[in-house]
Design a protein around this ligand. Structure first.
Ligand code: LLP
Length: 433
């Protein structure tokens, strides 16, 4: 299926809508497997680990598919790490990179997981001081996330490497951190950076050089270097995805040069979330109403799912591809097929939350940007592509007391399988006293 929905399989969405109701997320297993193979084929010098950034989408069925393909896991919270482990993934395959400083029972759990083989990526001086004795006593090698001071993201809010964000041990604190670590007799066998999501490849390449400089200067024991995630995926036809081959060849060359200079063979890691998952997912909604705000206004299409199931347009002004599918399963228009868009009206897609930002047609400043499409009838399906990553996982799904929606997998054998049930209203209120 992939990002190009062909007329012949638009009927899948009608099937999913009939069987599971709308709104519903539909994930395509074949695309997911293809994306996993794609990242695993990244050129490298002395070995490659790919950690799937599970924050993008943590559904256990999807985690298992990714695991079976041979990817490792990047967890961003203790709960994410627990969740991956609950899905059956070995602790040895998980690295925890978190802003948390676990205390009490969480701390005990962290220790148990580290003893079971989970890698801990130290992200601050405080985290280092808190974990030092335990790591020393148990002879556990650590990873360190370095804040390089330079980053890149598709928006300011997705830059995690510059000084306006606070992820990792800042380069200015490295000497202090490493002096402390030496004093404690600690070993760092991995070095990590993640500079942001969807930024320019040039900055990603520059980060490779910078990071290898840190490894050379400060980390004599490191055998693994992680360049983080952030590889851009093209959701829209006019977007350009990261070139895995080109970035890999660059990294390979740099890691080989590092070997020539130092005699050290580094294994390379990457941590893609978006690149693996974004185009595997579709959000299937139903058109429930239409309204016009007159000559100087817009024609609004009201879909029964919006910001509470895909917040990315409101949060970042992100664009997703739109597909209009008739109730009979016919593809009426697609952003990937210009012939279905020419001479079409411009419409604004909104959801059912009482919030004027509940729109799928916004720019970064929150202004409305109408989009061309075939005007649907009430009851037709409105399908939003590119919704595999950071939609189900990152949306305020109980806003306006809407229930969390189901997730369905289109298996490689073309079966539609429910992989998460729809939440009930009772579940929303069950912890209230
Ligand atoms: N590694 C670390 C430590 C991260 O914090 C992240 C994402 C990734 C890897 C994966 O980045 P990706 O390959 O997905 O760009 N919610 C945003 C993306 C920000 C994610 C934050 N960290 C979005 O919807 O575009």
């Amino acid at each position: 299926m992939g990002k190009l929905i062909h007329a012949k399989n638009a009927g899948l969405f009608t099937r999913a809508a009939k069987e599971f109701g709308t709104p519903v997320y539909v994930y395509d297993e074949a695309t997911l497997i293809e994306k996993c193979r794609d990242v695993l084929a990244m050129p490298n010098a002395f070995g490659l680990h790919v950690r799937y950034a599970m924050k993008a989408n943590s559904n256990r069925t999807l985690l298992r598919i990714v695991d079976r393909q041979g990817l490792l896991i990047d967890a961003s919270s203790l709960n994410e790490a627990r969740r991956a482990h609950l899905a059956g993934i070995s602790l040895k395959k998980i690295m925890l990179t978190t802003q948390e400083v676990p205390e009490g029972e969480d701390r005990a759990e962290l220790e148990r997981m580290m003893l079971g083989g989970m890698k801990y990526n130290v992200c601050s001086l405080r985290q280092l001081r808190e974990i030092a004795e335990f790591a020393k006593e148990n002879d556990i090698g650590l990873s360190m996330r370095i804040h390089p001071g330079v980053g890149a993201g598709e928006s300011a809010t997705r830059n995690t490497g510059d000084d306006y964000s606070c992820f990792g041990v800042h380069r200015n604190d490295l000497e202090e951190a490493l002096a402390f670590a030496r004093g404690m007799g600690l070993r760092f066998n991995a070095v990590h950076t993640h500079i942001g999501s969807g930024g320019k490849p040039k900055i990603w390449r520059e980060n490779i050089d910078r990071e290898l400089g840190f490894v050379k200067q400060y980390f004599p024991d490191a055998d693994t270097v992680s360049f983080g995630g952030g590889l851009k995926e093209a959701r829209m036809p006019d977007e350009i995805a990261a070139d895995i081959e080109e970035l890999g060849l660059y990294a390979k060359q740099r890691v080989e040069e590092f070997f020539e200079e130092t005699g050290r063979k580094l294994v390379m890691e990457i941590e893609p979330g978006t690149y693996v998952m974004a185009n595997c997912g579709f959000l299937v909604t139903k058109v429930v109403d239409k309204k016009s705000t007159g000559e100087n206004g817009f024609l609004f299409l009201i879909a029964n799912g919006g910001m509470e199931v895909n917040t990315r347009p409101l949060l970042y002004g992100s664009r997703h591809p739109f597909y209009v599918v008739s109730q009979e399963g016919k593809l009426l228009s697609s952003d990937f097929d210009e012939s279905t868009l020419s001479n079409r009206d411009e419409l604004v897609v909104v959801g059912i939350c009482c919030e004027s930002g509940d729109s799928q047609s916004l720019d970064e400043a929150g202004q409305i940007v109408p989009r061309r499409m075939r005007e649907p009838e009430i009851g037709d399906l409105f399908v939003i592509g590119g919704t595999g990553a950071y939609c189900s996982a990152m949306s305020p799904f109980n806003y306006n007391s809407h229930t969390q929606i189901p997730e369905v997998l289109l298996t490689a054998g073309q079966e539609l399988k429910l992989i998460r049930r729809r939440q009930t209203l009772e579940q929303i209120v069950e912890n209230e006293i």
